[in-house]
Design a protein around this ligand. Sequence first.
Ligand code: GLN
Ligand code: ZN
Length: 754
Amino acid sequence: TAVSIRRRSDEGDSVSAAPEPSFPAATILGYPRIGPRRELKRALESYWEGATTAEELRATGRRLREASWRRLAALGLEGPPSNTFSLYDQVLDTAVLLGAVPERYRRAGGPEEVYFAMARGADGLAPLRMTKWFDTNYHYIVPEIGPDTAFVADPAKPVGEFREALALGLRTRPVLIGPITFLLLAEAAPDAPAGFAPFDRLADVLGAYEDVLRALAAEGAEWVQLDEPALVADRTPEELAATAAAYDRLGTLPGRPALFVASYFGDLGPALPVLARTPVEAIGVDLVRGGVSGLAALAGKTAVAGVVSGRDVWRTDPERALPLLAAVRKHAARVAVSTSCSLLHVPYDLDAETGLDPALRERLAFADQKVAEVVELARRLAGYDGPPYQAPPAPVETAAPPAGAGRSPYPVRAAAQAAHLRLPPLPTTTIGSFPQTEELRAARAAVAAGTLPVEEYDERVRAEIERVIRLQERLGLDVLVHGEPERNDMVQYFAEHLDGFAVTRHGWVQSYGSRCTRPPILYGDVRRPAPITVRWARYAASLTDRPVKGMLTGPVTIVAWSFVRDDLPLRDVVFQVADAIREEVRDLEAAGVPIIQVDEPALREMMPLRREGRDAYLAWAVAAYRRATSGAGDRTQIHTHLCYSDADQILDAIDGLDADVTSIESARSHGRILGEPALRDFPRGIGPGVYDIHSPRVPDEAEVEKALRAALEVVPPDRLWVNPDCGLKTRTYPQVEASLANIVAAARRLRAAL
Ligand code: GLN
Ligand code: ZN
């Protein structure tokens, strides 16, 4: 076997006299699971369609896990993680593991039906809320915990995966979401009394964790990894005290496996000494995002040093990583080289990308290359005797670029727009995309393969736009969209038309459930060589008398959903993109497009996890948006859109965007945003979504009417817009037609009653 670190636990250790098992010298915190060719996506979707059985789905899962473990072993990784696979989401898996399944889902059927009902809804059953995983574009399912949730451990999944790997000759390290993070990410059950917080149930949930740890130890698991990324955000003294108590308790569990508490996406800060005082054997620190100060607290522990970034696709510079590792080695009892977080957030394998410019390729590393990097760094660290890393002085902040000349105050704009657009009260619209048909996807692939002439493809896009326009006219929507049929993705499409970006062929990264995106690689200065969307917007407008919205992606979102160069401050990169979008806005306006929507669903996602730095971030992010949109005249109505990111927490910043109309997810989060006091005072048009587009469920008219009535309690009728939560791209035409018909009918009924 390769290098591994071994020690005997301290003499007289009252907790466990057993020797601490060896921890691999190189490791990763997690690995992608959707499959190198998105095999899991296909298996899930055919299972959901009823074309395959649950047993076939499970078999695909087993094959993918086996392939991953074999791949990791071939790359030289010892003791790989397990339980990093998921059929939908690891937070949902944790809820099931702990028995935290809300009562209403239990009648959905067998285990798969219950699981997918929570994830995606079922007949008459709305799914659980979904939101973004820390500052990533991965979405998790939000567990619901009440005062009576009965935590009963069901370790079948981690135990089953551990056994599978053992059968292949691999002793894995099962990965669980830790109790602190699990409860902090959960929300109170709808019927919980006011003031109840899931975190109040910490003592109870620990009992279930103990059962899981015992079950894994009984299987032969030597190490268990507990992920606690919530500890890199600001935590109250009470939460830190509870963290100490929780790990003291798990740490004194007789016969337990060795515990590795992993943190990622930032610096543990004050949580590091708290964890270090507990009996856990290993602590993981993110040295890509976090600093090296405070590492002295690691004395006596195994430090799992995340020096290979799991959040970007750049190669690791060993000249930087080795001194960092040496700095950790100075303090900790042992050092293992690791990725900064799970590799879930990067594509599988750079070798699949044969079309990239060789000069760029040389700078890149995807998941498999990063695995090779940790293995190689561990090898080099053993013989490294260079100086440890010293933090450079903090860079001097430069002033933010200007937001651009302002538009007139809102009342002036609103009057100009009302006269120009002549919309009814409670105007109906959609967020932009309509279902992407298989034919169009195939046609796009054929163009890329050179088997379909571009003119022929353009013709099909035009036909699709016409179909979408006619459909919306027939349904009676007030503000139409062209449906975005020409776009593979709202970010990749713009990346393909801007200088400074490269796109991949197979670089898929899971976004939620079966959905993946291919984040573009922003490697150079961003410029717009030519107008991007104008011809499609113009064509759509030519088909109808109703107003058609132009549709753009905002600068923050384009950057957030790309892998971004790290040699410029993020803010400067965002402003380069803002300037490109500003030119596009101006060209759309000049082409006569009366409404322009600039989506910014990632605004909240990029916000620093700690309070410090948030105001500065929001100030420049909002300024970048305004720079992108403020070139429009008063008569042009600017819309924006946000979703699936707890946007209710940044309503002030959303207000700062100064868009004339904001459409925002609400249905999927069960109308939570309507309870925000700031929504009551929102001074411009707002459309809280009335329909959850992530679920195949069709909302009936009464349900939409109820959502609208709830919205009218807080938003005056002259400012309320009627729209779904998000774009309709992931739905089918029959679902969309039925849903939109109900939305229009509900809006009309309420309008008549105004
Ligand atoms: N305009 C985009 C669409 O409708 C917005 C998608 C999003 O917010 N994620 O698809
Ligand atoms: Zn959206």
